[in-house]
Ligand binder design. Structure first.
Ligand code: AMP
Ligand code: ZN
Length: 464
């Protein structure tokens, strides 16, 4: 059982072989907290969550670090527009980010370091780069001289010929087609928030924080660095230049990049205005677990076109799994005959589920195997052929799905309790010959997709 992941730097699938097993250190570029993230951002964050859960499932001790970008052009602009201090904006949207993570059942990282709390660590990297002759000062700002760093372009395979001599860039966002010297420390402009430095008062360029914080929390070399594909260039290329330039060590063993969530064939993004936040979707009545299921159902290296119909389909797939899980639970209450050969059928699908996940988190194939197992187990139950061993194998697969995908199928235990209570109310109504109340309870449940069956052993219920 070897986990294989696609490494952007080699452009190939590689066996995961951590630097210090069983530990796997993962650094993820986190949100810029100037607004609510959109669900494109959450495709990346949910995929990272899946990676963490799966590696844990495979027995690794995952240590996860995700930064919070709380100083950049956008956060500064928002605070200025609102006329409030920077932290008023960044605290608000950091909390909103954590709340959204929770709603989508994404685990928080072990550490969420904030850029503004790591200025000394960033300045230290600048000093080391300066000592190595990789920097120069221009117009009160400190720049990284990419022409002096031999490995520049290794990750993105950007054409180094395209380096524009002395072309400098100091915006946090810029055109991505050509390599330019990038800013490490920006000289103070106007009344922007600023800190003292050997190069004068100013603030860090965007790329610097990730080099400083990954080194602080995971060391000079760590296992996996993640982010969306749009970060490959320039952000991650520049991170390598800073980290490797300072320490002489290649910082990351595996680069893991998540493809875009699209809307009508275009990247979902704030600037295009074609986005939904998670809150928009909840307001439309979407089930957050259906959103999570949708975001994870297409393997992370394939683009995924977002539609509300897609959320609906995800919801019905989820309902099938929930229905199966509760049917299995009820079925298992009876005496089942022993028969290991029936288990083999389910176990083959369980194996395919695990192998698909080992194969670069191929969730589409893993889910296909899961649904095959559901079909096989349902057929066994329909025909009264379910054995104790097959039942156990199916139960284990359902629980593996819950663990790896982070989607609890028994989430509506509260629903189950409520249904049981309604059934008792209906029984009481029938006993007191209040048949109209009994019927209205039955109808109300029917409308909610719960069918009651009166059997000699009492009332049973199932989802329609
Ligand atoms: P940001 O807050 O803009 O720095 O983005 C946070 C994360 O979301 C980064 O890893 C981005 O690469 C990722 N991201 C942004 N837009 C999308 C999208 N449409 N689909 C998937 N990931 C995205
Ligand atoms: Zn980063």
């Amino acid at each position: 059982m070897t986990v294989r992941i696609f490494n952007t730097v080699s452009r190939s699938l590689e066996d995961l072989s951590p630097i210090g097993p069983p530990k796997v250190g993962i650094y993820s570029c986190g949100p810029t907290v100037y607004d609510f993230p959109h669900i494109g951002n959450f495709r990346t964050f949910a995929s990272i969550d899946l990676l963490r859960r799966f590696l844990k499932f495979r027995g690794y001790d995952v240590v996860s670090v995700m930064n919070i970008t709380d100083i950049d052009d956008k956060t500064i602009k928002r605070a200025a527009d609102e006329g409030v201090p920077l932290e008023a904006v960044t605290d608000r949207f950091t909390d909103a980010f954590y709340a959204d993570l929770k709603t989508l059942n994404c685990m928080k990282a072990d550490v969420h370091p904030r850029a503004t709390k790591h200025i000394p660590e960033m300045l230290e990297i600048c000093r080391e780069l300066e000592k190595k002759g990789l920097t120069y000062v221009s117009g009160g700002s400190l720049y990284f001289r990419i022409g002096a760093f031999a490995n520049y372009g290794k990750l993105s395979r950007i054409d180094k010929e395209g380096i524009l001599e002395n072309a400098r860039i100091d915006n946090d966002e810029y055109e991505k087609e050509s390599a330019r010297d990038f800013v490490l420390w920006k000289g103070k402009k106007g009344d922007e928030p600023s800190w003292e430095s050997p190069w004068g008062e100013g603030r860090p360029g965007w790329h610097l924080e990730c080099s400083a914080m990954s080194r602080k929390y995971l060391g000079e070399r760590f296992d996996i660095h993640t982010g969306g594909v749009d970060l490959v260039f320039p952000h991650h290329e520049n991170e390598i230049a800073q980290s490797e330039g300072a320490s002489g060590v290649s910082p990351v063993k595996y680069w893991f990049h998540v493809e875009f969530l699209l809307v009508n064939g275009e990247k979902m993004s704030k600037s295009k205005g074609n986005y939904f936040t998670l809150r928009d979707l909840l307001d439309k009545g979407c089930d957050p677990m259906a959103v999570r299921y949708l975001l994870l159902s297409v393997p992370y290296r394939r683009q995924l076109n977002f539609t509300l119909d897609g959320v609906e389909s995800a919801k019905s797939a989820l309902r099938r799994l929930q229905g199966f899980s509760s049917r299995l639970g009820e079925y298992g209450l009876q005496q089942l005959p022993s028969g290991p050969e029936k288990a083999g059928e389910i176990e083959a699908f369980a194996k395919a589920f695990g192998e698909s996940m080992d194969n670069d988190l191929n969730t589409a194939e893993a889910l296909a195997a899961l649904f095959e197992a559901v079909r096989a187990a349902n057929t066994m139950m329909d025909g009264g052929e379910m054995t104790r061993e097959a039942f156990d194998a199916a139960g284990k697969l359902v629980s593996d799905f819950e663990t790896v995908f982070g989607i609890p199928l028994k989430a509506d235990e509260t629903l189950e309790e409520e249904v049981e209570r309604k059934i008792e109310e209906r029984e009481a109504a029938r006993k007191s010959k209040n048949f109209s109340l009994a019927d209205s309870i039955r109808d109300e449940l029917k409308e909610r997709g719960i069918l009651l069956e009166d059997t000699p052993k009492g009332v049973r219920w199932r989802r329609s």
